[in-house]
Design a protein around this ligand. Sequence first.
Ligand code: ZN
Length: 330
Amino acid sequence: MTENLRNYLYALFSKLSLKEREEIIAYLEGMNLNSDTALKDIVDEIKKKRFKEGFFCPHCNSKKIVRFGRYRSYQRYLCNSCKRTFTDLSKTSLHCIRSKEKFFHAARLMLEGYSLTKTAKKVKVSLPTAFSWRHRVLDGLRSLEDDNLSGIVEVDDTYFLYSQKGRRNMGRHPRKRGGKSKKRGVSSEQVCVVVARDRSDNTVSEIATFGRPSTEQIDRVLGKSLAKDSIFLSDKHRSFRGFAIKKKLKYKSLNLSKGIRVIKGIYHIQNVNSYHSRLKAWMKRFKGVATKYLSNYLHWFEFIDSIGRDKIQNAAERDLLLRACSVKAV
Ligand SMILES: [Zn+2]
């Protein structure tokens, strides 16, 4: 760009209203993934991943597939077994989304932690659309959870207030957003989230129940994720102990009420506790999340926390989109 042209653009920019400037900035920010090549690239990658073991029908799993013209700009296929058609994007988060560029833009803003209202405004879609896209991405992330924990595994429970946010006729006086429970301690008004984290920072977090969890409820959250030879670490809570016995895991418990926070310098649950703090701090921006969506938000945070701050934004975006858009198991 020549010096003159740059000065001219600067001068022009300074003449714009704040709103106009914001629009231009939003446009420039959106350009990264807005280009056709970036979109094609992502679609190709999704295709490569989902059909890595050869073509199969997403409706019935049959391999008797033939090409069958195009649907919009995508290749369409016909399954000779169930006679249904599908495209490269059927049964992914991207299916039936017309403006994929906008969807990508919304996903990027989501990664940066923008609120729904701001996202809707920036991407120029309605609030319900922004909401439904957010949950498409989150459902995608969730269906791909396959974290396995091994070695030293720290586990602890943390609590969120039950919320019916967004529902009309709540049948009782609504609490202020993100408010506090009237009851002290852990009550049935509180949703228990169990978080387990190994020393390689693999994390499993999921809603276990209301109030204190039982051994079975902990099993439901963690049962399938722990390697047989892992060392299970928790506080003295007896359900954790019960779970470790049931699973025949090596188990160490910390008597926190007696001030025992570390055993032999390595057995502690500080990693999982600091994860809790980061999770709670991050959740604050949503000013109380409806309990029915809490699980989605937990997975969102798992993703955000796992990419770390050092990973470049573009790589993170790409990763988010690929994960979110990968096909769900039939
Ligand atoms: Zn089929």
